[in-house]
Ligand binder design. Structure first.
Ligand SMILES: Cc1cc2nc3c(=O)[nH]c(=O)nc-3n(C[C@H](O)[C@H](O)[C@H](O)COP(=O)(O)O)c2cc1C
Length: 316
């Protein structure tokens, strides 16, 4: 996986974990990623303890009330030292935040799941102190966070993030980048073999989800329905309770492409594009195959979220 894909694919995971033990080599790598993070004035104030011994893990989990990551086969506890960086400045929070993010990304990259559990353990009941005691952490270190590590048995919950234009600008506050807006749908059918998704292959050869530009006076849903029809020949029932935004830079134009995706359900009918110069072909594929075929990480994220929505709302 490349860095961007790992970053985009990462999600906090709060579901059940597989009991498979985590190789020490993987835990070492994850901690190396944490140790490699930048730190203010290179004070390297962050340390960490991996727990893979079942007895120690059970003792730690026993003091976490209400419980979290009960089935995780390992976890990493993050320790901070409130060292002065210069004058009266401390950077230990920034240091451990950078270390945690590095570890979360390495965890994701290795195919595991995790969640940044800090609020839960540093509240008034000071679960962190109870864990620190079990792990024999000296008093000048503070246990600030616990990261479970394991293979997730479920998909992480999808989440609405604010759009690029709401939080990121060029050259001045609020100066949004020129944005091209499109709409489309994750088109699916239920079959006796499970869910099938309609992917399109563009003229450039890339596999993607059906979508296209908004026309004057059109609503997002009208655009999605029209584009799905044009690109796949399919008439779908649109579900706008699922709406997610996918964004990416538009080639080297300096503009941003913002695509609103809905869910489009139909029967497993023959799908054929209206104009085969624009869209080479349409294919019905399984979820796994769709994840393999889709060319862009943003589209894979949309598909994952859409499938999770379908399963959560009306079964597989
Ligand atoms: C400082 C900090 C503390 C957090 N503490 C908790 C926590 O105690 N429990 C929890 O379930 N998630 C916790 N999270 C995870 C956030 O809820 C999560 O990152 C956020 O909802 C965004 O979701 P995402 O990670 O899937 O993008 C924490 C995240 C941060 C950065």
């Amino acid at each position: 996986m490349n860095t961007f894909e790992t970053i985009i694919g990462r999600r906090s995971y709060r579901g059940a974990y597989s009991p498979d033990r985590i190789a020490r080599s993987d835990l070492i790598r994850i901690m190396q990623a944490g140790l490699a993070a930048p730190s203010g004035c290179n004070k390297q104030t962050t340390s960490m303890i991996a727990i893979d011994d079942p007895e120690t893990l059970a003792a730690v989990k026993a003091v976490i009330d209400p419980p979290i990551a009960e089935s995780a086969p390992a976890c990493i506890c993050v320790l901070a030292q409130k060292t002065i960086a210069y004058r009266d400045r401390t950077f230990f929070i920034q240091d451990y935040a950078a270390a945690i993010e590095n570890m979360l990304l390495e965890i994701e990259d290795l195919g595991f799941r995790s969640c940044w559990y800090e609020g839960h353990i540093t509240d008034e009941d000071r679960i962190c102190d109870k864990i620190a005691q079990i792990l024999k952490v000296p008093e000048d270190y503070e246990l600030v966070c616990i990261l479970p590590v394991g293979r997730g048995l479920e998909e992480p919950k999808s989440l609405i993030k604010k759009t690029f234009n709401e939080r990121a600008w060029f050259n001045a506050f609020g100066n949004t980048i020129e944005t091209e807006r499109s709409c489309g749908a994750v088109v699916y059918a239920r079959t006796w073999q499970g869910l099938r998704f309609a992917l399109i292959r563009s003229a450039s050869g890339n596999w993607g989800l059906p979508k296209g530009h908004m026309e004057e006076g059109e609503s997002e849903q009208e655009t999605a329905l029209r584009e799905v029809k044009e690109e796949t020949g399919l008439t779908v029932t649109l579900n706008a309770r699922f709406r997610t935004i996918e964004e990416h830079p538009l080639g080297r134009s300096g503009r941003l492409k913002e695509v609103a995706y809905f869910l489009g359900q139909t029967a497993l009918k023959t799908a054929k594009p209206k104009d085969t110069r624009e869209i080479r072909s349409v294919e019905w594929v399984s979820y796994r195959k769709a994840l393999r075929l889709l060319a862009f990480p943003g589209d894979r994220r949309v598909l994952r979220d859409a499938r999770q929505f379908i399963i959560r709302h009306n079964g597989d």
